[in-house]
Design a binder for this molecule. Structure first.
Ligand SMILES: *Cc1c(COP(=O)(O)O)cnc(C)c1O
Length: 393
């Protein structure tokens, strides 16, 4: 027992109780439901990359603290990947930093760049760590809501411009966007870049789904736009691209000043992480295009199975242009409250999903939306879809 009348959890974090994922995963277990809530693949990534990790571990590479910025092999591979895919050139020594997943990159960037009282603009619904990390940095989050428009969630550029004040320090961008599956277009990114330049804002861009874009969508890194390379902290991760989410290897690219600033915070968070895995990810990033193409094609097929099944079950489906999530509207099923719907769904249909409202400050704006993950084996998705058919009846 503590004697203090003061709450244990400090004011900065008080609003962030336990994540919905814990509650929903417990429900999945209790009810024997198929868990399409949490976004991790149910099959591991390439065997040769797993073997590369084993080899590194056996050869004694990375078993002791790796260098603070990351092992040179990985920093070189990250720079080569950015150059090959996007024509962005980064100096592996001064402009690349390896982190404990994108999660640490986001935290370190915000802790490094945000002064207490600074405003940080982020799209809502937002990835769940953003709000907590902005709060830990003492910043004030300013959500700009993505709204349904002709089958996808879109950014209102006027709303974004209006959200910028004299206290705005940075824009926290995520494309391809979790949970909506929206991929920002060249026009939208151009407008964001112009705004950042005009108002002299820093930008953190979370691009962990860069390799998961479908149909005609194209991922264009924000750092490639005029005036952006010098003000953008770009964040990537091996977890989603190579289906090794447990390895926690992420990275930051940016100018030497930006990378040095992020490293100042990062060095006191984990210092370093994932030693042997860093060598394996260096090999993964050097895989031929055929790996990335096959990965995308596989996820696309899974998206189509789930999207078709959800449509048949009566949901309105926002067909994602990227990521491995699909957001749905439950109102055609006669439902309005995503929380209540997701709490009841395991008993009703044996499937677990996540209410998007948890990713909003304006909870009412997210109330009727529910997210399903499709990074699961096709057989699992087909079984889930079969179960969900009972909702239509
Ligand atoms: C999964 C995810 C992350 C975290 O990536 P890790 O490398 O696992 O830390 C960050 N941002 C978004 C949008 C994600 O979906």
């Amino acid at each position: 027992m503590t004697s203090s009348a003061r709450p244990l959890l400090n004011r900065r974090l008080a609003e962030f109780g336990t994540t919905i994922f814990a509650e929903m995963s417990a429900l999945a277990l209790k009810t024997g439901s198929i868990n399409l809530g949490q976004g991790f693949p149910d099959t591991d990534g390439p065997e040769e990359i797993r073997e590369a990790a084993v080899r590194a571990l056996r050869d004694g590479r990375g078993n002791q603290y790796p260098p603070g910025p990351g092992v040179p092999e990985l920093r070189t591979a990250i720079a080569a990947h950015q150059e090959r895919r996007y024509g962005l050139s980064y100096d592996p020594d001064a402009e690349v930093l390896v982190t404990a997943g994108a999660t640490e990159a986001i935290a370190a960037a915000l802790l490094a760049l945000v002064e207490p009282g600074d405003e940080v603009i982020a799209f809502e619904p937002y990835y769940d760590s953003y709000a907590a990390c902005i709060a830990m940095a003492g910043g004030t989050r300013v959500p700009v809501t993505l709204r349904p428009h002709e089958g996808s969630f879109r950014l209102d550029l006027d709303e974004l411009r209006a959200a910028v004040t004299d206290r705005t320090r940075l824009l926290l961008i995520n494309t391809p966007h979790n949970p909506t599956g929206t991929v920002l277009t060249r026009e939208e990114l151009t407008a964001i870049a112009e705004l950042a330049v005009e108002r002299d804002l820093l930008v953190i861009t979370d691009e962990v789904y860069e390799h998961l874009v479908f149909d005609t969508a194209e991922h264009i890194p924000l750092a490639t736009f005029p005036g952006m390379r010098g003000r953008t902290v770009s964040i990537g991760s091996a977890g989603k691209t190579f289906s090794f989410t447990g390895w926690k290897v992420g990275w930051v690219t940016g100018t030497p000043d930006l990378v040095t600033a992020v490293r100042s915070a990062k060095q006191f968070l984990t210092y370093v992480a994932s030693g042997p895995f860093q060598y394996a990810v260096a090999e993964a990033l050097s895989l031929p295009d055929s790996y990335f193409d096959a990965f995308r094609a596989d996820m696309l097929a899974k998206r189509d199975v789930l999207a078709a099944g959800l449509t048949e079950a009566g949901f309105e489906v926002f067909r994602p242009a990227g990521t491995y999530f699909v957001t749905t509207d439950i109102r055609p099923l006669g439902e309005t409250d995503g929380f209540a719907f997701c709490r009841a769904l395991p008993e009703r249909a044996g499937v677990v999903a996540i209410p998007n409202a948890v990713f909003y400050d304006h909870r009412e704006a997210g109330a009727p939306f529910v997210r399903f993950a499709f990074c699961k084996r096709v057989g699992v998705l087909e079984e889930a879809v079969g179960r969900l058919k009972s909702l239509a009846g």
